[in-house]
Write a protein that binds this ligand. Structure first.
Ligand code: SF4
Length: 671
């Protein structure tokens, strides 16, 4: 009996690792002890040495996480040659693995032959039942587990240049019965509700009718149900050909047969704009045959490809928008024609193309750039991986026209995430709603301003795209902007901290822009420094150099308008002046006034009056005003302290983390 460890690297994965689940079944048949880990083992199993460690791999861009797991496996195995690494990436990039980890044993391709792992009595592991029990070994929860995960065909044969299937499954197998595997799962783990068929191209099978017949016989015909294990109520079952159905091979007969199944959704790839006609034809055949839940994969960021016997051009951002719009428009047309007994829904899933040998996610297609790719990721966040189906969402998120879509791709990422209508929340107070609305208005003013500038460029918008294409918004990029409009637009890509830190070098052109042309940004910068408890003096220096006391007055005015009693801006302002060796106003007295206010030693109106005196930059007047209150405050605080000491709790001064009042007024006391 051997100790077997199975590891899936610690990346997010929608489906459990089927290869490892089958290997587990085999080792359990040998009476071995099998444990499954996601990334690393839990603490209680640390220090144990394993006879064999199997590690699955998936996408090539997960190389870093995969490497970490192999390094870990090598530390927990008795003999380094007994680390077996297989799966998609191991097959596609075997040389990289061998070069990086020369002692491991690499398994290329499928485990569909006897003896692939060199084990005693080993049969074809690929046809074994999945061991669902191993999923209980880990805390990670796969989104899909209440399903049979099976293949009824293998391979594809369409030879699309960008696709890994021709390497992973070079031979097309037109039919694999799943009857026995389902019976075995039912016996060992109980029946599963859904069926996930991971076939690459089931429509190519010359035994397609046999496949459909078997699925119906196994209880996955249209409308079939399954009793809920919790309530016993019947639940609809679903079949999902999750790798998609090939539009080019969809025929009237096959669509009719698919319509006999509990298929939800029918996934049809729309990888290339050149396929629009056959894509629409496949959708129509599905809708006509009663398949109302449809979805697509829309590949973007691609290159020139060959496949399915033809040539495809590298896609453009415009193509992506058009393909999504075609789906949306065609969905409406299908509903007009076939929607009487239930509406047709099409969910679009844009999928970023990455080359088969990419070891990270940084690949940029010929007609794309990093900024646009980042924007797409941002636009897809609200969909939470569920695809785009509603037209109103599509219009609001992607745009109503191709031009608007391109404009959105160019928009600063922060602004992109702030678009959308103001939505009232029933749970919030009126005050909170007003605050949120005020913030929403400010954000939308920034979006409108950036849009105004962008549109003013006209056809020259490309000069802006040229600047932002690398998604690098450092000050160096700013210096490459050749016109005032471009410079103003770039400002909206910088964080407030970055603007403040660099305002001196950005100079009066930008200062005038943010104070005069678009003052809302200046107000936000003031708000930013006031509403931070940790304002750094270094980010105030540039404004002081450019504006001197005007900046100090602006901060005081903004503070009076919206006081924030835990600010440290006045101490930071003093420090910034000191650093510049030009203290024109010791703003620390305003910090002292804030402390008085926090302890309720002065009234609101007195506090405001003191702050207004700050506008005259006369700290003596302020100090005298505070000094007058000093005795009275000391008494109040003593009384408060006494009460609280009697109650056995901390004094409010200590409680608030303040230093004793006397020490906040050293210059007054000494004076
Ligand atoms: S049809 Fe699909 S599975 Fe087949 S090679 Fe092309 S992309 Fe790959």
């Amino acid at each position: 009996m051997e100790d077997i460890l199975l590891i899936e690297p610690n990346y997010a994965n929608k489906y459990p690792p089927l290869g490892l689940m089958k290997i587990s079944t085999f080792h359990k048949m040998l009476d071995d002890c099998v444990v499954f880990a996601k990334g690393t083992l839990p603490e209680q199993l640390e220090g144990k040495k394993w006879d064999r460690v199997y590690l699955s791999t998936l996408f090539t861009f997960e190389w870093e996480e995969t490497k970490k797991s192999i390094q870990y496996a090598l530390t927990v195995v008795k003999d380094e040659r007994m680390v077996f690494v297989g799966g998609i990436m191991a097959t596609l990039m075997s040389e990289l693995f061998i070069e990086t980890f020369p002692t491991i044993t690499l398994i290329k391709g499928l485990l569909n032959r006897d003896g692939t792992l060199g084990l005693r009595g080993e049969k074809c592991i690929d046809r074994l039942t999945l061991d669902y029990d191993i999923l209980d070994d880990i805390d990670y929860k796969y989104p899909a587990t209440d399903a049979y995960f099976l293949y009824m065909t293998r391979g594809c044969g369409m030879k699309c240049q960008f696709c890994a299937v021709q390497t992973l499954e070079p031979e097309y197998v037109p039919y694999i019965s799943i009857r026995d595997q389902i019976a075995e799962v039912d016996k060992r783990f109980g029946p599963k509700r859904n069926l996930l068929l991971m076939d690459n191209n089931v429509l190519r099978s010359n035994q397609f009718d046999k496949i459909v017949d078997e699925l119906i016989e196994l209880g996955f015909g249209k409308g079939s149900t399954y009793p809920s294990p919790r309530t016993g109520k019947p639940l609809h079952r679903h079949i999902d050909f999750n790798q998609g159905l090939d539009a080019k091979l969809m025929t009237e007969h096959k669509a009719k047969r698919l319509g006999e199944l509990a298929i939800t959704p029918a996934r049809i790839a729309f990888d290339h704009i050149e396929d629009a006609k056959q894509y629409k034809k496949a959708l129509e055949l599905c809708a006509k045959n009663g398949i109302k839940s449809l979805s697509n994969y829309i590949l973007y960021n691609g290159e020139d490809f060959t496949g399915k016997g033809q040539y495809y051009h590298a896609d453009t951002p415009q193509d992506l928008f058009v393909r999504m719009k075609i789906s949306m428009d065609f969905c409406d047309a299908l509903n007009d024609k076939y929607g009487n007994d239930g509406r047709v829904h099409i969910f679009s899933f844009p999928m970023k193309y990455m080359p088969l040998n990419a070891t990270d996610r940084s690949f940029v297609g010929t007609n794309w750039n990093k900024k646009y790719l980042r924007a797409i990721q941002r636009m897809l966040i609200p969909t939470q991986g569920k695809g785009v189906s509603s037209r109103s969402f599509f219009k609001a998120d992607f745009g109503t026209t191709v031009e608007e879509f391109i404009e959105n791709l160019a928009m600063p990422e922060d602004l992109l995430g702030l678009r959308g209508h103001f939505v009232e929340r029933s749970t919030e107070t009126k005050e909170d709603r007003e605050k949120r609305y005020a913030k929403w208005k400010v954000n939308h003013a920034r979006i409108d301003e950036w849009t105004r500038l962008y549109r003013s460029l006209g056809d020259d918008y490309t000069s802006y795209v040229e600047l932002v294409k690398d998604n690098d918004f450092s000050i160096d990029t700013y210096w490459q902007a050749s016109t005032p409009t471009l410079r103003k637009m770039l400002i909206h890509n910088l964080s407030y901290l970055c603007i403040l830190r660099n305002i001196e070098v950005l100079g009066t052109e930008i200062l005038t822009y943010i104070k005069v042309e678009f003052p809302s940004l200046y107000s936000e910068l003031l708000r930013y420094v006031i509403h931070s408890e940790h304002t750094q003096f270094s980010c105030l220096k540039g404004m002081l150099i450019l504006q001197g006391t005007i900046f100090i007055s602006d901060i005081i005015r903004a503070f009076i308008e919206e006081p924030y009693l835990t600010t440290n801006v006045f101490d930071a302002l003093y420090k910034a002046q000191k650093e510049l060796k030009k203290v024109v106003f010791d703003t620390r007295c305003l910090s002292t006034a804030i402390r008085y206010k926090v302890t309720n030693a002065i009234s609101d109106s007195e506090f405001r009056n003191i702050m207004r005196l700050g506008l005259e930059a006369d700290e003596k007047k302020i100090e005298m005003r505070l000094y007058k209150k000093y005795k009275q405050i000391r008494e109040t605080l003593r009384e408060q302290n006494q009460d609280e000491i009697q109650e056995g709790i901390k004094s409010p001064i200590e409680h608030n983390g303040f230093i004793p009042l006397e020490s906040t007024l050293p210059h007054i006391m000494n004076g």
